[in-house]
Design a binder for this molecule. Sequence first.
Ligand code: 13P
Ligand code: ZN
Length: 271
Amino acid sequence: MKDIFTAPFVKEMRKTTANMYRLGWDERNGGNISCLLDEAEAGEYLDLNKVIRTIPLGFDAAPIAGRMFIVTGAGKYFKNVDADPETNLGIVRIASDGKSAGLLWGYRDGGNLTSEFPTHLMSHMARLSADPANRVIMHCHPTCTLAMSHVHELDEKTFTHTLWEMCTECIMVFPDGIGVLPWMLCGTNSIGEATAEKMKDFRLVVWGMHGIYGAGKTMDETFGLIETVEKAAQIYMLTAHLPRINTINDGQLAELAEFLGVKYRRDFLNL
Ligand code: 13P
Ligand code: ZN
């Protein structure tokens, strides 16, 4: 058996959480990440039949029974993951009835799955149906995106449109736009269900006055999606109170998307 601390999926979680913390997206225990693991790869580092303990889920995860995930822990600080991954991360496998998760590694101090695990698993299920290559669900509290959700209407067409107008690259990076939810009680099945519903159409979902969720095939893709939204939200927050003299107009946004051949939400433009 290989040393789990050398596993690429553990290294990637350490690197990504440290990066997110450095960018100020994950104060205290803010944010959580889950990544779907390849069973054969995980089996090189772990005895997949040795369950340390069973964690009840409280919702039905039968469609992804048997799948394995590496997940940040509830109440754990992103800033501490790199120094102590075995306490701050866990690897779980969803039981065959979809009602619980078997802990295979991690949460060494008796810790638990992130409180947002319902949203993570429900979003994985939604994204896997939309794109079987999806592997990553990432949540964080990026400052400018959060600030923008206080001063901009929480409507997915106008929210996406405003961000597309901020930087030329936005419509290339998230042509599918951003789903938006109003403030809701976090850590619940209901916010999980609402997020997963949005995830059928979007890889990005803003939670009003809370943060953002991203989904992607790789950690880099998912990180890059959130990074691009946050950059555009920063431009918005730096300019929203100033007279607007120049803008990228809707004709130019369409021209760009069509030049690049990306499938974009044309209905989010006013053409
Ligand atoms: P956890 O510490 O349970 O992951 O919660 C953090 C968070 O961001 C809640 O939305
Ligand atoms: Zn949060």
